[in-house]
Design a protein around this ligand. Structure first.
Ligand SMILES: Cc1cc2nc3c(=O)[nH]c(=O)nc-3n(C[C@H](O)[C@H](O)[C@H](O)COP(=O)(O)OP(=O)(O)OC[C@H]3O[C@@H](n4cnc5c(N)ncnc54)[C@H](O)[C@@H]3O)c2cc1C
Ligand code: SF4
Length: 540
């Protein structure tokens, strides 16, 4: 456990105004927002500070040796063990994320009928309730983008404060060929400290090791920066190495009173007037389930048996496109396509299909590491993997997965997390892949020598791909079908809030972090108002 301002016994004697569990996108953003209110805030984070070391950028260390991944195993619905793609560090999963920070579309907050009549439910809040928070979140997290280039995005939103990341020549050429087909590829919103106007001074160097890696130059906008902002206020304290075991309720069971966490010195207990759970969608549900007591025998906030249900993580495939000539790109993750977001433009499939975005450069060791989830890495010769890496452009093809009660986080009798999941919305996903491949093939015809031998390989993201986890403590007006209300306060507890991706009602088909961040700012404002203090707007 790291040195903190108060010792464990001192912390135990004190009642904090706010205790925040988790320091990722949601928790850290909320804490820095509330920090300026002057209220005393304690952040409990199970991870430590990530060492800033050359290995941050080592594909071998990161993808083959899993140096930074949580050494933890969960079980799938058949009881098979798997290692989730999850990271426990100060700053949470954002340290390793791809920094693609998208708003959800306006319609994503409405009820939408998908193929086969499946429903993506309406949120209890509208896009308009988040719009200003999205704008603040984009400024706070340094998003580079270009408003108006994505026709499904909010046309009325103010311009980004930073220009879009430029395309490498290979991507620019591909964008041109796709545009000639009538598609509208656009500039991805990326959160990093990049300065194209003064490249020598730019902290971000557009390296080949961004998404999946921690940024050795600390140029990626991640939760660490939010934690640092919070700590600068002087009234926020962070305890690292503090794995929360359970939340306790006050006599009568109507409110929460204390948090119990594991530390090298044994179990510790801290008291808080307000407790905010932001441990990530799977762990937040697990904490509530582990907090069962006499007043809440099936877990906290679980009177209607909703805790852990409606787990989503996107139906996603990595589409790898191969060509014989070497690909000249370091940072290919700058282009995305939303032409199929709400349906096929050919009119034959009037249901949402999803989103396509460029992925990071794939080095040989990254390929070996990814494949090692299904086969031993020694079966894949390094030279062959490197040869492929130099010739592959990777894309993430992502379709909304729909919330289902049976898709859920549970605890096995030994306390291990069990993730029940059945894939859905596969027709839309298959069609999206097919249409993307057709477009890529057509793009190949415009550049015959490069694309003659292009092929695509896809595989649906398996259960261990928990990166986009969400939906397990759903927000809603009806306690029978949701866990928290529209302010993200637990229906059944007066002072327990949730501020991570758990509260998502639907997964939409774009990356989740910006919606999590914007919503945390909104929840922070609600908490501040409840406490009778103002939480100032974010200064960019
Ligand atoms: C490889 C990768 C790439 C990604 N790329 C993108 C992207 O490009 N764009 C995007 O929008 N999203 C991306 N994501 C997803 C994004 O990182 C998450 O949506 C976001 O971090 C969710 O924020 P959160 O606050 O819900 O959870 P997290 O950021 O995961 O934070 C949860 C925190 O709680 C801590 N914690 C967990 N359990 C406990 C406990 N019991 N006690 C105390 N602390 C606990 C964890 O250590 C962690 O710090 C990616 C994720 C990964 C893994
Ligand atoms: S330097 Fe830029 S591209 Fe490289 S990891 Fe950092 S933010 Fe990503």
């Amino acid at each position: 456990m790291s040195v903190t301002e108060t010792t464990a016994p001192m912390r135990a004697d004190k009642t904090w105004d706010i205790v925040v569990i988790g320091s990722g996108a949601g928790g850290a953003t909320l804490a820095q927002r509330l920090a300026s209110t002057g209220k005393s805030i304690l952040m409990l984070e199970r991870g430590e500070h990530l060492p800033v070391e050359p290995e941050n950028w080592s594909p071998r260390e990161v993808f083959l040796r899993h140096r930074y991944k949580a050494d933890e195993h969960w079980r799938d619905r058949k009881g098979r063990k798997f290692q989730p793609n999850i990271h426990y560090w100060v700053g949470g999963n954002t340290i390793f994320y791809g920094a693609a920070l998208y708003r959800f579309r306006k319609r994503d907050f409405e009820e939408t009928v998908h193929h086969g009549g499946a429903i993506s439910p309406k949120w209890p809040i509208r896009y308009e309730d988040l719009a200003n928070y999205y704008t603040e979140a984009e400024a706070l997290w340094n998003v580079h983008g270009q408003r108006g280039c994505d026709s499904t995005d909010d046309a009325d939103a103010p311009p980004y404060t930073h220009p879009p990341m430029t395309h490498d020549p290979e991507i620019k050429a591909l964008k041109g060929r796709l545009t000639l087909q009538g598609l509208h590829p656009f500039e991805m919103p990326i959160a990093a400290e990049r300065n194209d106007a003064d490249i020598p001074a730019s902290r971000c160097v557009r390296c080949r090791t961004c998404g999946g890696f921690a940024c050795f130059r600390e140029a990626k906008s991640d939760g660490r920066k939010m934690v640092a902002r919070a700590l600068r206020s002087g009234n926020v304290e962070l305890v690292t190495g503090a794995k929360v075991l359970r939340i306790e309720t006050a006599p009568g069971g109507k409110s929460v009173s204390a948090v119990v966490y594991e530390s090298p010195e044994g179990e510790q207990r801290v008291k808080g007037d307000i407790i905010v759970l932001a441990a990530g969608a799977i762990n937040s549900a697990a904490v509530l389930l582990r907090s069962a007591n006499a007043d809440h025998p099936t877990g906290l906030a679980n009177g209607s048996d909703q805790v852990g249900r409606n787990y989503m993580f996107h139906t996603a495939s990595a589409s790898l496109s191969f060509a014989w000539p070497k690909i000249e790109t370091d940072f290919p993750k700058t282009m995305a396509i939303n032409d199929f977001y709400w349906g096929d433009p050919d009119g034959k499939f009037p249901y949402p299909m999803g989103h396509i975005q460029g992925l990071e450069y794939l080095s040989g060791d990254v390929i070996r590491g990814q494949l090692s989830q299904t086969m031993p890495s020694w079966l894949i010769p390094g030279a062959f993997a490197s040869f492929m890496g130099d010739r592959i452009l990777a894309f993430l093809v992502m379709t909304e997965d729909l919330p289902e009660a049976r898709n859920r986080v549970r605890l096995d009798p030994d306390g291990t997390i069990r993730l029940d999941y059945w894939y859905n919305n596969l027709k839309a996903h298959d069609r999206l892949i097919r249409r993307f491949h057709d477009a890529m093939k057509k793009a190949g015809r415009t550049c015959r020598c490069l694309r003659a031998n292009r092929q695509q390989m896809d595989s649906i993201l398996p259960i261990y791909g928990t990166a986009h986890q969400c939906g397990t403590l759903r927000m809603g007006d009806d306690p029978a079908t949701s866990v928290v209300d529209a302010n993200c306060k637990a229906h059944e507890l007066d002072n327990l809030y949730v501020a991570d991706t758990s509260v998502f009602v639907s997964s939409a088909a774009v990356n989740p972090a910006l919606t999590c961040i914007a919503n945390s700012l909104r929840v922070a404002d609600h908490i501040a108002a409840r406490m009778g203090v103002a939480s100032p707007r974010v200064a960019a």
